[in-house]
Design a protein around this ligand. Sequence first.
Ligand SMILES: O[C@H]1[C@H](O)[C@@H](O)[C@H](O)[C@@H](O)[C@H]1O
Length: 533
Amino acid sequence: MSAYQDNEKYGEERVEYTEKSSRRASVAEEVLDLSGIEATAASKAAWLISLTISQAGLLFGYDTGYISSVLVTLGSALGHELSHSEEELVTSLTSGGALVGAVYAGLSADKYGRKMPIWVACVLFLVGTILQTAAFSVAQFAVGRFIVGLGVGSASMIAPLFIGEIAPARYRGRMIAFNNLSVTFGQFIASCLGAGFQHAGPQGWRATVGIGAIPAITLAGLLFFVPESPRQLVAHGKVEQADRSLQKIYTTSTEQQRANKIKSIQVSLEETKSVMSETSLWQTAGKIFTNAATARAVGTACIVMAVSQLGGFNTLMYYAATLFAIAGFSNATAVAITVSATNFVFSFVNLVLVDRFGRRIILCVTILGMAICMAVAAISFHFIPISQADLSISGVAPTWAAPLLLVAIVCYVAFFSSGVATIAWIGTELIPLEVRAIGTMFNTVTCWSTNIIIASTFLSIMKGASPTGAFSLYGSICFLGWLFVIFCYPEVKGMPLESIREVFQNGFGVRYSKQWQRENKHVPKVVTQTFGH
Ligand SMILES: O[C@H]1[C@H](O)[C@@H](O)[C@H](O)[C@@H](O)[C@H]1O
């Protein structure tokens, strides 16, 4: 059976599946018309464009990744040694900035297109980086961290959205997962450079921070060669430009196929507009909570995002070197590389597994794994004598305790990265179209607000409740998250949008989705997944 026939057969089933609602059926037919263009090979340009935009992810990763090594190498370069609360402040200010940046980018993206917010992010990255690199006071460093955060938030919101819009449907999952891979790659590079520049003297950290300016400049330059999102161009009535942009992405497409694609974009824009124009932004947001099915869909995405953050991963990303120094490792910045390296390597694993095995089974296995690893880390800490007053080592630990801690942390990161790290972002596929934009923003806001909680309380919790207490807390959150997934997370792998809507109609749809998966096991998947931050 040819790819086209496959699509046709699949389309028929999809239309049948959605015949309850004529409006949904008509949307399915619109999607059917795209089978031709979606079957054409993705051009080199499409990949190059995604690669370029993914640099925004790299910047997000780099700027959240270097703080771990910088905290332990700053010394008194900012006038005095930082107290634990100052460390928490400069760390969480980037998350705070990201929260503001994501909201701003989310609200203005439709007005200014996708490229402009990325350019703005590049400028913010650059200004924030210069301020930090040249800082001799905590205040200047803190302001720089906040400004960089604004860029991180904007990048975390726009890059996946942009990629989702230019990517041919067949490659969308991989292209967006690639963006997350760039985040983890940025974090990995940051920890390697941080460990390297530690040996360049007391001001070496300035080089680690300053290097972040390079990708910001190259991204700003390369962006001139990237076409604006066809969806954005159509939304602003620039149909001819949209056609040229599509031609670059689908090089072997015919004029008719591109016309169909543009028509389908117009239909989907109309749908969104008719819902949005009859209501204000707040009313649209209100819709999420007044419609039980929508509330369940958005709630599920946000809860999984919250688990990904409150489960404690970023305490390791931001404080790994501090933590390993507390646990008695002599070259803590080098040991901290294991965290970012594991994170990077296992995001490849997610990329390979997520469409094959589905989200639910991966989450069930990996979140439980995270909970168990946190419990082992808590037990290891129990045997390492740490004074709670100043988090310094105050005795001799059994020889197995620190290595066991390291193994537990590495396994935890592997579970995190191959599962909930990326799936938390993919979760926006659960959100119905009419509230997708605002729902996606809720998801991103959930990410950064829970991230702030983690980043600004880690050292205080370690001091107040002991390291064992802190890690038990994160382990318990993972365990609760696991229970949530078991009872409430439906499997929507390969499901058309119209069916995802049905999933949440009567409850969380775990059983419904299982049945759907069984019935559609052998149906080829085309134009079915939506991803995006
Ligand atoms: O998906 C990303 C990524 O995995 C990063 O490593 C992590 O720092 C972020 O918090 C997360 O949202």
